[in-house]
Design a protein around this ligand. Structure first.
Ligand code: ADP
Ligand code: MG
Length: 257
């Protein structure tokens, strides 16, 4: 089997304060291969964002290690729930923020930004400020800003959860297709089970805190058209949804008793 692009080996992590210790992750291990789209679901507060921060190198695991495929000059892109666009900059200046900060601006980067803006229908808004765009468009601009850095691995932490339901359906399908077409490897955290099934090749289900991996579910849907919206009407969809729903509900049961 090919070398994984990302491997989490036996990762454990706790937050410490003067008063207490909060154990968030407990011996997490999994691999992600080139071009895969992984979704991670689990009860809220179980440690999903913590895990993503560890993969991104923002937090250091207490135990275990994150192994990245450095042979391919692994760049990591990180996209969060809030778009974090800078209101005083135009969309054009926002999407080119990364090259500007890292002093890697070049005509090639500008050409890439232009192409991505055109591909994703935002080019004519390039001189607008973020506040003049809809929520979905801003989230797309945030994705372009991440893609301009040409990451090999994209980490997405509930990137659609600030959007209303209609927009969320459209934008998640839209962004899912963009990521697929670009061949970027992606790890998506979501609490939306339908979103996970429609976008991912594989779903990791986490237990409640301290999180362990409870299940790894490969997703193979029978669909005529390979799109996240079509995936929602696949014959396997309902059974998968019910199964995931039960897995996660089981984690909450007993909490209030
Ligand atoms: P999730 O993303 O799955 O909702 P998080 O990874 O954000 O969960 O948090 C996991 C647990 O760690 C939660 O109980 C949360 O309250 C706690 N936690 C998160 N960040 C901190 C922090 N900086 N200090 C202390 N505890 C934290
Ligand atoms: Mg979170």
């Amino acid at each position: 089997m090919k070398q994984p692009i990302l491997e989490c080996r036996n990762i454990s992590f706790s937050y410490h304060s003067l008063k207490c210790e909060t154990k968030a992750l407990n011996h997490i291990s999994f691999q992600v291969h080139q071009g895969e789209f992984i979704a991670i679901v689990g009860p809220s507060g179980c440690g999903k964002s913590t895990l993503l921060s560890i993969i991104a190198g923002l937090l250091k695991p207490e135990e275990g290690e994150v192994v990245l495929d450095h042979a391919n000059d692994m760049r990591i892109g990180y996209m969060l729930q809030q778009d974090h666009l800078l209101e005083w900059r135009s969309i054009w200046k926002n999407v080119l923020l990364g090259p500007e900060i890292t002093k890697t601006m070049s005509p090639a980067k500008e050409a890439l930004a232009e192409r991505l803006l055109k591909d994703y229908g935002l080019y004519r808004f390039k001189d607008k400020k973020p506040g003049e765009l809809s929520g979905g468009m801003k989230q797309r601009a945030a994705l372009i800003r991440t893609m301009v850095m040409e990451p090999a691995l994209l980490l997405l932490d509930e990137p659609f959860s600030a959007l209303d339901y209609q927009t969320r359906l459209m934008v998640s399908a839209d962004i899912g297709s963009i990521i697929r077409k670009s061949g970027i490897t992606a790890v998506l955290i979501t609490h939306d089970l339908a979103e996970a099934i429609s976008l991912a090749d594989r779903i990791l289900v986490m237990t409640k805190r301290p999180a362990t991996i409870k299940e790894e579910i490969p997703i193979h849907l029978t669909v005529a058209e390979n799109s996240p919206l079509a995936a929602r009407s696949a014959p396997e969809f309902n059974n998968l949804f019910t199964f995931l729903w039960k897995e996660i509900s089981d984690e909450y049961s007993g909490e209030n008793s």
